[in-house]
Structure formats: structure tokens, C-alpha cells
Design a protein around this ligand. Structure first.
Ligand code: MN
Length: 434
């Protein structure tokens, strides 16, 4: 299953044949259409490689859910099921059409005014453990230093562990970077299963076993056959450079850090490859990060409350910090327990609003209405001081990484007459309230 297979079914695509620059010009157009159609740029200024830029592939919730054959009510189960039942992909022989020695042919974008250089933002970095026989796949931002080198931002998670273990053996870590993948693969890669499970197996489960891999030539790594572009190389054991400042989920600049360097062996690609660019802080970035977390929150609350209707990490909350959750309340205190379960399921979560199942959580006006008519600050508010938070929130204690978490239980009080809280209806009105 390839990105090209996915595009065949998609109608909402705009193609640009005029030539635009990779520096600011294309990002500006991406920003204008953010959250809307898929964009394809057929001509790139000063680039004759024939590579096309594609963006917005995962830019709406509906499109992303379509890619895993799900809808807004059933995707939680689909994602959790894939995480619980990874499927090992088949490995086949495959030769890509084109081979290059370096990345000078790639139309890598420079997005924002303070960016230190061009950044690859959709690259799935795939590595094999230096001793044990398992892979890890995760998306990392990559700063192009020159045509053979990039800086990679590695937060201390699974790839970081592999890099450390290779370093202790005195080795560089062999990796491959896949660009231009089916949206389901990108979603699968972001599900964060435990260390030792290759995220590509989760992606394969989301694709009902249709993901195939092939062995790279210069590194001991298996990559999706249907990738548009593959970069092979190593993360150097002994070289660190300044990485950043770069824009993260919040749309604010992340700080400069010393980060490892990738040395590139070679690049292979399809003819007229799609180079997938993701606007930092845009819809695509947010949805790919947030959707798997919504599934985890849903799963966690479902274990303590029989009927969870929906979970949304809201766009205004960066699809990361704010959750709105609707439940079918069955006892006093259910709302508060849902808040606690949500915080447990997604440690970066900061503010949670819980509403009854008559509230449409995709409509912030209704959510605010629930707070206005069903919530009392002295009874229904939970404040947890100095909990572990996200490194991305500039208002938190960024040294200690702690933050204040707030839960708002905007469900109807159990001890008051329910009818007083329900929206009046006009007979015949097709109301979401019932
Ligand atoms: Mn992992």
C-alpha cells in the first residue's frame, strides 16, 4: 500500500505547475491551505530532479481516518487493536528506480524565519538494534547540514536507546529514512508501542497486512517497499552539532540543543518521487501526533467507565494539551475519574474537559455551553500542581518539566433533576441533543 494508492481515491487535491522556491514560498502556500486539500507542487525552483513536493496528505481528521478505513466513532478501537496485534510485514526483494550519492536532489523546505536551514519533517527513521534483532521506527526532524550530513533531533525514547547502545559498543547506528508513505504508515509509526516492537508492524496491522518491506543495500535495515524515497546512512557515535531553533507542535520555537549527526551513504527513489513535506505546527503535524493519543485516552477511560462516547485533542490545544471527552455518566464522580484516567494515559495532557454524551465534542460552542450551564468551579474543578508535563509548553516550569494540570467536570450533577440541564427542542427539530 503506497501513498500513490491512497491518492487514487482522494478528490480534494490542488496541483501547482508554476515554479516556487523551497525557501519560504512553498511553506507560505502550505500555511494558507493548512487543514484543507492535499497540495502537489510539480515544479520546484532550481531543482531539475523531477521530484514533486506533496503536503497535507494527513491534513484533515477525515482524510487520516479514511486512510485506515475508519470513521470518527470507531477509530479508537482500530488503533488500539493494531497496537495490541502487530503483524510482521513480508520482506521481498526490490530495486528502486533511481540512485544518488547524496541528498542534493531533494527539495527540502526552509519554513520559518528563524530556521537555521532546510528541514526534512516527514522522515521515518528506521533502525535495527545493534545486537537484538528488532527494529524501531519513528519520525524525527532532520536539519540538512550539507549534501552528505544532517542533524537529527532525538528525544530520549526508543531510537535514543538504540543510539546509546550502539555507542557503548563503539559503533555508529545504521539507519534508513523513509519519505513519502501511505498515511496509515505514518499514523502507525506514531502509536508508541513498547520498546522491541517495530512501529511498522503496527502500521502493517492498520493496513490489514498489506505493508511489505525490503532490505537496504548499505545498512542492515528493512524499509517499506512502497516508500517514495529512502535515505541510507548512520547516526555517528561521536559527533554532536547545534540543532534548532525549530518550530514544534505549539507553533513556537523549540530551543537549540546539541544533537547527533547522520552521515548519508546513498539515496534511492522512485521515478518522479513524491517528497512529503509536513508544515511544523500545522494540521498534519498535530493530527499525526494527536490521533494515536486520543485512542490511548479512549482505551484508558473505557476500562473504568462503561460508555465513553468520544475523545478529542482539540486543534486549539495543539492536538496535544487539551482533551474534550464525552461519557455516558452512570454515577456521581464518573466525570472526575475520567479526568484522572485521561491524565494517566497521556502525560503531556494539561487541561481536560469532560461532558455528557448529549454534547457534540467537535463543536466547541456546545462544549463551552456545557461548562456554562453544568459546571461549578468550587465543586467540579480538579487542580493538580507540579505534575510532570510536556517540554513544549512555554508556560510550564521548563527546568523541572513540571506543569499544573486542570480538569473540568462539566457533566450534569447526579443529584439534581436532569431535565433542568437539557436543551429545549422545537418539535421536528433535528437536534443533536436528546
Ligand atoms: Mn518504538
Amino acid at each position: 500500500m503506497s501513498l500513490r494508492d491512497f491518492l487514487k481515491e482522494e478528490k480534494d487535491i490542488i496541483e501547482f505547475n508554476e515554479s516556487f522556491s523551497t525557501k519560504y514560498e512553498i511553506p507560505l502556500i502550505m500555511k494558507k491551505y493548512d487543514g484543507g486539500p492535499i497540495l502537489i507542487f510539480n515544479n520546484i525552483k532550481d531543482n531539475t530532479s523531477g521530484i514533486r513536493i506533496i503536503t497535507g496528505v494527513c491534513g484533515t481528521r477525515e482524510r487520516l481516518l479514511r486512510s485506515i478505513n475508519a470513521n470518527k466513532n470507531n477509530y479508537y478501537e482500530k488503533i488500539i487493536n493494531a497496537i495490541n496485534n502487530p503483524i510482521k510485514p513480508k520482506v521481498e526483494k526490490f530495486n528502486f528506480d533511481i540512485e544518488k550519492n547524496d541528498i542534493s536532489c531533494l527539495p527540502v523546505l526552509t519554513y520559518y524565519e528563524k530556521d537555521p536551514g532546510p528541514y526534512i519533517t516527514s522522515g521515518v527513521v528506521i533502525a535495527k538494534h545493534p545486537i537484538k534483532n528488532f527494529q524501531n521506527s519513528s519520525i524525527h526532524r532532520l536539519l540538512v547540514l550539507d549534501k552528505k550530513r544532517m542533524a537529527i533531533r532525538i528525544v530520549p525514547r526508543h531510537l535514543y536507546s538504540m543510539y546509546q547502545e550502539a555507542k557503548e559498543l563503539g559503533k555508529d547506528l545504521e539507519i534508513a529514512i523513509a519519505i513519502g508513505l501511505h498515511p496509515a504508515v505514518l499514523l502507525g509509526v506514531n502509536t508508541s508501542p513498547k520498546y522491541g516492537i517495530d512501529e511498522l508492524w503496527i502500521a502493517n496491522s492498520l493496513l490489514n497486512g498489506k505493508l511489505r518491506l525490503t532490505k537496504c543495500e548499505t545498512v542492515n535495515v528493512e524499509v517499506p517497499i512502497d516508500s517514495e524515497i529512502i535515505i541510507e546512512g548512520v547516526i555517528k557515535k561521536d559527533e554532536l552539532v547545534d540543532e534548532g531553533p525549530f518550530v514544534d507542535l505549539t507553533g513556537c520555537y523549540d530551543i537549540v540543543r546539541k544533537q547527533p549527526v547522520i552521515e548519508i551513504n546513498k539515496v534511492v527513489m522512485r521515478k518522479n518521487a513524491f517528497y512529503h513535506a509536513i508544515l511544523p505546527g500545522g494540521y498534519e503535524h498535530k493530527l499525526l501526533m494527536g490521533l494515536p493519543k486520543e485512542a490511548k485516552i479512549y482505551d484508558s477511560i473505557s476500562k473504568i467507565i462503561p460508555e465513553v462516547k468520544g475523545v478529542r485533542l482539540t486543534m486549539g490545544g495543539c492536538c496535544w494539551f487539551h482533551a474534550v471527552i464525552s461519557i455516558k455518566k452512570q454515577a456521581e464522580g464518573d466525570g472526575k475519574n475520567a479526568i484522572l484516567a485521561a491524565f494517566g494515559a497521556h502525560p503531556s495532557l494539561k487541561h481536560v474537559i469532560v461532558v455528557d454524551d448529549d454534547i457534540d465534542i467537535d463543536n466547541m460552542l456546545e462544549v463551552e455551553w456545557a461548562i456554562a450551564t453544568r459546571f461549578q468551579g468550587d465543586e467540579d474543578l480538579i487542580i493538580i500542581k507540579k505534575a510532570r508535563g510536556s517540554s513544549l509548553d512555554p508556560s510550564s516550569d521548563m527546568e523541572k518539566m513540571t506543569t499544573c494540570k486542570v480538569g473540568i467536570d462539566a457533566t450534569i450533577p447526579w443529584d439534581k433533576p436532569r431535565e433542568k440541564f437539557l436543551k429545549a427542542k422545537i418539535p421536528g427539530e433535528n437536534n443533536v441533543l436528546n
